[in-house]
Design a protein around this ligand. Structure first.
Ligand code: VG1
Ligand code: CO
Length: 544
């Protein structure tokens, strides 16, 4: 067995975005492309040499090939132990769980999350630190700097390792452990949730559920937990076999892409509870019968009800939400006397708050919810939280949310995405909107009074690091808000996201269709940012 030093040249586009490095599969297949990035991880994360690593991915096209390459590179870089998910599969939350449980020096997760998979679609890679969370900006920037200088990488000659048997193999000095992460992950969930009570709910015969794994990584976890452990009817989990191309769909749990699930929740025969997760299992969508729970509301409901759920009965220390997420959680925090933090988009910004014990719960409007049990958002966790809550409160999803609105007010919420627009046009739009901000404060726009208009900058309360230019916020005196930012996960052109929120405290006015309530704000947003003029688009690609 030989360790080879392979000469290479830097690529200039390996800066990680909101969640790791995401590119088309074809880009990752370019000779040395993946290898350079992985070597930059080994070069900057020096504890890995002689240390241990968790490795796995969401099973998309190129997952297995990339794992074999990374294993041979880990051996050549002196990693002592690599813990790999069976079949090369690890959901993002399961990877975080393993890093923490086995106290490894980090993890490499292969995923482009909810983006489609296949030879012409997307692939991704990210490094998680020993706390189990996505690397903070200081680490991703160090990796990026290294990719700009790299001139060689180390790789061992070795045959492919069998990823499909639990057990131990060696590549030279490096121990490879293939583990069934469903076991470790289930154990953690059983600690946090009242499995007995949820089992009784399913046994009662009066409760039905449908979970859509979207042919992505959560299939095996969901089958085991819902059907085998909690006694849900066989067939409760649909699309449960992970596929390299996610069955040709977008593994994105929203009303547009999880249409089979949505149909199953509709009408008289609809199930009582519907849920889905994304490509890598960190996102979740929650549905009742004929009822959609916005992710922002889900975070607020979870916060308000945490004391009813096994793992959280002793109380929570605080809550955080990403900036574009609706302010529903803020209302709950205020009532409960808890601190509520507003962070930039991306889970990495919750890490310090969780590590410091400042928060127990956190979430994003993009179908992400989680707690201090790991350092990633966790789709199955959110679904189990809701199940536990339904078992305790013995009410429908809809009545729980409607009661919540009555107590705290309703934050109507919607997001408009303009995908694959010209990058320069998107940047020009943000620039000219940014230039206007000062003049907007205190002005009146179509009857809405501007309270503040700024470009969000975040100072981390734990390490004082500053992240600026995180999106434009325009807040109005009635509590409504418009946020504009450019996506950091896309692989084609630019994506403009416009987030809209309106606050309604009056219970009599909490049943209007969201589109109707949002209309005036949509018009303001389109005009202010001159979206059509800059991008040529009069309609968004996706509305969630
Ligand atoms: C999007 C979401 C963000 C989320 C990120 C990663 O980022 O808006 O809230 O953390 O995806 O989620 P962006 O930069 O495209 O808006 V996942 O499930 O794709 O890892
Ligand atoms: Co994801």
């Amino acid at each position: 067995m030989n360790n080879n030093n392979v000469a290479s040249q830097p690529f200039d586009d390996q800066r990680p975005g909101t969640s790791g490095l995401r590119k088309k599969v074809k880009v990752f297949q370019t000779p040395h492309y993946l290898e350079n990035f992985v070597q930059a991880i080994f070069d900057t994360q020096t504890d890995l040499s002689g240390g241990s690593l968790v490795l796995g991915g969401d099973g998309r096209f190129y997952n297995r090939e990339a794992i074999q390459i990374i294993l041979r590179m880990a051996a050549a870089n002196g990693v002592a132990k690599v813990i790999v998910g069976l079949g090369g599969l690890l959901s993002t939350p399961a990877a975080s769980c393993l890093i923490r449980k086995y106290k490894t020096d980090g993890g490499i997760i292969l995923s482009a999350s909810h983006n489609p998979g296949g030879p012409d679609e997307d692939f991704g890679i990210k490094f998680n630190t020993p706390n189990g969370g996505p690397a903070p900006e200081s680490v991703t920037e160090a990796i990026f700097s290294r990719t700009k200088q790299i001139d060689a990488y180390r790789i061992t000659d070795h045959d492919d390792v069998d990823l499909d048997q639990v057990g131990e193999i060696r590549i030279g000095e490096t121990l490879i452990q293939i583990v069934d992460s469903v076991i470790d992950y289930t154990e953690l969930m059983a600690d946090l949730f009242d499995f007995e009570r949820i089992h009784q709910l399913f046994n009662s015969g009066a409760f039905t559920m449908c979970f859509d794994a979207m042919h992505a990584v959560t299939g095996p976890y969901a089958k085991h937990i819902f059907e085998e452990r909690l006694g849900a009817e066989p067939g409760t989990v649909i699309n449960s076999t992970p596929k390299v191309d996610f069955g040709g769909g977008h593994p994105d749990p929203n009303l547009v892409h999880a249409h089979e699930l949505v149909t199953n929740t509709q009408g008289h025969n609809g199930v009582d509870f519907g849920a889905a997760s994304d490509g890598d299992g960190d996102r979740n969508m929650i549905l009742g019968r004929d009822f959609f729970v916005t992710p922002s509301d889900s975070l607020a409901v979870i916060t308000a009800n945490a004391h009813l759920v096994k793992g959280y009965t002793s109380g929570i220390s605080g809550v955080a939400r990403s900036m574009p997420t609706s302010q529903a959680a803020d209302r709950v925090a205020e009532k409960l006397g808890l601190e509520c933090y507003e962070t930039p988009t991306g889970w990495k910004f919750f890490g310090n708050l969780l590590d410091a014990g400042k928060i127990t719960l956190c979430g994003e409007e993009s179908f992400g919810t989680g707690s201090n049990h790991i350092r990633e958002k966790d789709g199955m966790w959110a679904v189990l939280f809701w199940l536990n809550l339904l078992a305790v409160r013995q009410q429908s999803v809809e009545s729980i949310v409607r009661e919540h609105w009555k107590s705290y007010g309703r934050n109507y919420y919607t997001r408009y995405d303009y995908e694959a627009i010209d990058k320069a046009a998107a940047e020009a739009l943000m620039q000219s909107l940014g230039d206007k901000l000062d003049s907007l404060v205190d002005s009146d726009i179509d009857g809405y009074q501007v309270a503040y208009a700024d470009n969000f900058s975040y100072t981390d309360p734990v390490d004082s690091s500053i992240s600026s230019n995180q999106g434009i916020r325009i807040g109005f005196t009635d509590g409504s808000r418009i946020v504009f930012r450019l996506s950091g996960t896309g692989t084609q052109g630019a994506t403009l996201r416009v987030y809209l929120e309106a606050y309604e405290p009056d219970p009599q006015k909490q049943t209007s269709p969201t589109e109707e309530v949002m209309k005036p704000l949509v018009t303001i947003a389109q005009n202010l940012a001159e979206i059509a003029q800059h991008t040529g688009r009069t309609e968004p690609t996706v509305i969630t």
